[in-house]
Design a protein around this ligand. Sequence first.
Ligand code: PCP
Length: 384
Amino acid sequence: MKFVIASENDIKSGLVTDKYFIWTEKVLKAKNLNPKVVMEVTTSEWGIFAGVNDVLSLLEGIPVDVYAMPEGSLFFPHEPVLTVSGNYLDFARFETALLGFLCHASGIATQAFKFKLAAGDKKILSFGTRRAHPAISAMIERSALIGGVDGVSNFIAEKYFGIESIGTMPHALIICFGDQVSAWNAFDEVVDKKVPRTLLVDTYFDEKTEAIMAVENVRRVDAVRLDTPSSRKGNFRKIVEEVKWELSIRGRGDVKIFLSGGLKLSDILALRDLADAFGVGTAISAAKPIDFAMDIVEKEGVFCAKRGKRSGMKQVYRDWSKLEDEIRLFKDAAPEGKEPLLRKVMEGGKILERTEIAKARELAIKQMETIRKLGRENEFLMPE
Ligand code: PCP
């Protein structure tokens, strides 16, 4: 083993599971019990749903039917986001990986959604794969994009998703040259012209001094990036205001302000009127997972949920104009004017539909716009 990660094969074959499923399989087999069940994935919080493609790959070839909300869907507490029906023993041991895919990806997508909702027309870039195991960097960037970020920094996104990654310059580049001006000019000379010249202005001197140095010594400056760590920030708003003033009086009010370094949701809300873009790392990539659970709600067609859970296979119907949902039994008639959210995505182990990132992101953004239109932002922007 080169890296401490479970292989795709071990995940697919069900080895990445909790031990209690191994005991359960053993006991059920010994007693010839393998009921037909419906299991639902639910949680008690709201979020943006992601991770379904991995679940489909996990269950492909297993004789089960799967219904799911499309990735990018806003889900509310207690709504089933994904339903699996089949004989329990066929898929019992996959619950661990199934939930892992959904909890992790949805946690990141939800956090990305909050940041983009807070930023409005200002940009949010995902900068945080360096804070997580590299084996999951593609998942992080995919989930962040689904949640609504405007760009991702990890280069692997280009190979896996055909999405161009974005980047400015590290402090290391400046230090290699020994002085800011040489590094900035070398960057301008060498890097493809279509890449914005976003110059890092906090390596050795303060942000104001370096911002002035940048516009006075570099042919093209599109933006300045202030990556001030929280330990040195002081009154960050004042620092940004000062930089903007100095640029503006030099006729460079066009230079965009790019902020990064330990940004939290509250920082976006506090600085969104001043900045043009935010590079967010840990706060998105290390988002708290959504605590989805998977429960049996029907057994051989009979209602049977445990206490605290609601029995019966369900459908979620949405009024898109109000962003309000209604949950009904799957077999019951649909309410007038509302659209069902759960769609059949797998039949007998065959994948019927996979999600494209762009489509899922579009859906998340559409819901974000409705939240804004309805003036419901505060409901979704609880402080971290
Ligand atoms: C990195 C980058 C971003 C940081 C990560 C975002 O910082 O410059 O600002 O991650 P965060 O939100 O978790 O802080 P450094 O590692 O300081 O980068 P550099 O190599 O440029 O010093």
